[in-house]
Design a protein around this ligand. Structure first.
Ligand code: SF4
Length: 713
């Protein structure tokens, strides 16, 4: 352990007055709006906003228990640094910190060039902060090694939206739930991970009993338990399932010929591909009876409005992009898109994962969904930022896993990590640890001490949640301005302020902002004319309430649903069918590692537990990491419920408690991923997972790795 100074004491009391305002919940991408009252920098009242269309007053237990987060232990209070990693940290002033960081960065740039610096951010960073970091690295430092933990969960969804519909960003909105009579939930334990939205799905079925909920999941999750049809398909067989549905739609004449002819391209090639497939073989790959697939197809074909929700169960795969494309193909075939109650709807896991994509916070993007490798789009941004032509490198940068590989190989020397905890959340943690140990400079910027801050050279304390005013976009393209209702403790600062100070210390113009509203004004105007147009979202309007993009002008009401005119965001306005082939997960069971591990989330925890792990009512629901194992496998390996078991993959071993459960299939085991070394030393699930990734989206394959289990002696 290091001696990072954290927060055992309440924040400085600066206000006697009650502050009242609204902010989004800082956890999942549902983006529930909350009415909050604070006094003395403490939350004294907190309720879901009754008239918010996102949550209609509801909050899940994580949101309802947000009150204590301002005063949890482990809060970072002052900037700190150390000359060597084995030494303790020393507290610095901000002036010292900014000078030292800018000096270090400049020295590394001069010695190795811009290819040696990278930033790894997060879907938890607000839009203004991540916009500035992106501007600093891509526009001024000349490095496109700017990536985010959104790469780990949403990158495949991004690519698939782009390749099929011409633009990232879901076509759908939460209001569509009220018009749908068929919900397909694929690769998402929505009941636990996006619980408020799932409540509305269930409410729709209660109000309209003909409505069906279909869940595709290898595991009998809490979502699957509440489904009308659960398809317990084999891990990684989603494309085979979607292709089987497509073939049935085709054979039954369900394709919407007019929609396909007028609004899509490549249908014949896609249809020919489906015709070349054998339904019995597809069902065999899925590990479910063909009759079950036919039943699902019939329910979908009968639906007036078919809405698909999906999440990391599709994306976290070496063929994650194709999984998304194969599902979107089906919506296009039936014309179930661009109308009320229908369409593909990706669920985001973090509060501003969508905003981070919009502002170009990934290694291949620039603000406004512009592509780095598009010369005209790159010049537009250079011109807008006032930097010389050629300042932005013309090639895309390295992505999350690649950045950590480049740190280990020595190509990248300096890494700035903001609002994320890669030493719990990245796959193959042994590699991530080696990578950071090898780096010359590790800067970690966060509001709480984390496993990652413990290995840093500089630790920068940040304001969290309602300690700053900021802007975020939720899963349905709804942009919300969070109000500041408490002072950050001690020396903690908003992320945007830290980036702007370092940029100015390095001598760069264009960073002399004094508040987030100035940054927002610069950013929103850069989105003008782009698919994610937020130019009409002035500060004044956002202070009155959230708006959904596109919202191009100050009098535009915002856009709940995209593509209602069936003109897509491709150059010719036509959506694209993309024929996709099933490929098994890269790592399959073997004699040495005979079980397939799939990972996921718990309703009571969020990400790496930095906040939810310290709230007893949440933490007590699952106090220890565990593995779910089917009774047949438990018997085979002589494991009883509650035994300590050693779970091993080719990358490492951990010890966790066993839970014998028929929620998993024989041959498949499940582990939640939340615990890291701070909460369960040495037992992080990601010690086991593999860091192979989809070659297009670069999203890693968390959902299937080969493991062994044995009882600890
Ligand atoms: S965690 Fe998600 S569903 Fe729960 S209150 Fe927060 S935003 Fe809403």
């Amino acid at each position: 352990m290091t001696n990072i100074e954290t927060r055992p004491v309440p924040s400085t009391i600066t206000s006697e007055e009650i502050q009242t305002g609204q902010a989004m919940c800082p956890y999942c991408g549902v983006g529930c709006l909350i009415n909050i009252k604070t006094r003395h920098n403490q939350v004294i009242e907190l309720r879901g906003t009754p008239d918010s269309p996102v949550n209609k007053g509801l909050l899940c237990p994580k949101g309802a228990l947000l009150g204590p987060v301002l005063d949890l232990p482990g809060r970072l209070l002052h900037p700190q640094s150390r000359a060597h990693r084995h030494e303790n940290f020393t507290t610095l002033t901000w002036a010292e910190t900014i000078t030292q960081i800018s000096t270090h960065l400049r020295a590394i740039l001069e010695k190795y060039g811009p290819d040696a610096v990278a930033i790894y951010g997060s879907g938890q960073l607000d839009t203004e902060s991540w916009y500035l970091a992106n501007k600093l690295f891509k526009g001024y430092l000349g490095s496109n090694h700017v990536d985010s933990n959104s790469r780990l969960c949403m990158a495949s969804a991004v690519v698939a939206y782009n390749t099929t519909l011409g633009s990232d960003g879901p076509p759908t909105c939460y209001e569509d739930i009220d018009y749908s009579d068929c919900f397909l939930i694929a690769g998402s334990n929505m009941a636990d991970a996006h619980p408020v939205t799932f409540q509305f799905v269930k409410a729709r079925r209660s109000a309209n009993p003909a409505t069906k909920i279909i869940v595709l999941d290898p595991r009998l999750t809490n979502t699957a338990k509440q489904a009308d049809i659960h398809v317990p398909l084999q891990p990684g067989s989603d494309i085979a399932f979607f292709n089987a549905l497509g073939r049935i739609f085709l054979d039954r004449g369900a394709a919407d010929g007019d929609f396909i002819a007028q609004h899509t391209a490549n249908f014949e090639a896609y249809a020919n591909h489906l015709r070349s497939l054998d339904l019995d073989e597809l069902a065999q790959i899925c590990g479910v009876p063909l009759a079950l697939i036919q039943r699902v197809a019939e329910v979908i074909m009968r639906a007036n409005g078919w809405l698909s929700f999906y999440c990391m169960g599709l994306g976290q795969s070496t063929v994650g992009t194709a999984k998304h494309q194969a599902l979107i193909d089906l919506h296009l075939m039936l014309g179930q898109i661009g109308k009320k109650g229908a369409g593909p709807f990706s669920l985001t896991g973090q509060p501003n994962a969508m905003g981070g994509r919009e502002l170009g916070g990934l290694a291949h993007l620039l603000p406004g969904y512009r592509q780095i490798e598009n010369d005209a789009q790159r010049y537009e941004v250079e011109n807008y930022w006032g930097v010389p032509t050629g300042s932005i490198h013309p090639q895309r940068g390295l992505t999350a896993i690649e950045i950590f590989q480049a740190l280990e190989s020595g190509r990248i020397k300096a890494i700035w990590i903001a609002a994320t905890n890669p030493l719990v959340s990245l796959p193959n943690l042994a590699q991530a640890k080696r990578a950071l140990a090898h780096a010359e400079l590790v800067i970690v910027q966060d509001c709480f001490e984390t496993e990652t801050s413990q290995v840093a050279d500089f630790v920068l304390p940040t304001a969290q949640w309602i300690e700053k005013e900021c802007t975020m976009t939720n899963s349905e393209r709804r942009v919300t301005r969070n109000m500041k209702l408490a002072e950050p403790p001690a020396a903690a600062k908003p992320d945007w302020w830290i980036f702007s100070q370092v940029a100015q210390a390095m001598g760069y113009a264009g960073f002399d902002f004094t508040d987030n509203r100035q940054i927002w004004d610069e950013y929103r105007q850069l989105t003008a004319g782009r698919p994610c147009d937020q130019a009409g979202m002035t500060n004044e309007r956002l202070l009155e309430g959230p708006l959904q993009w596109p919202c191009p002008t100050a009098d535009h009401p915002g856009t709940p649903r995209r593509y209602e005119n069936h003109r897509f965001a491709t150059p010719d306005g036509l959506a694209r069918f993309i024929a996709c082939d099933h490929h098994a997960p890269k790592e399959t069971a073997s004699p040495a590692f005979p079980l397939v591990l799939t990972t996921g989330r718990l309703a009571s925890q969020w990400h790496t537990m930095t906040r939810t792990g310290k709230i007893p009512k949440l933490a007590n629901q699952a106090p220890l990491p565990y593995i779910e194992i089917h009774p047949a496998d438990a018997q085979k390996y002589a494991i009883s419920s509650g035994d300590e078991v050693i779970v091993g993959s080719i990358r490492g071993e951990i010890r966790v408690q066993s839970k014998i459960s028929e929620r998993v299939q024989p041959g498949v085991v499940f582990m939640p991923f939340h615990w890291g070394d701070l909460f369960a030393p040495g037992q992080a699930t990601n010690n086991l997972t593999l860091d192979l990734f989809d070659p297009v989206s670069k999203e890693p394959e968390y959902k299937a790795c080969a493991v062994s289990v044995r009882r600890a002696i």
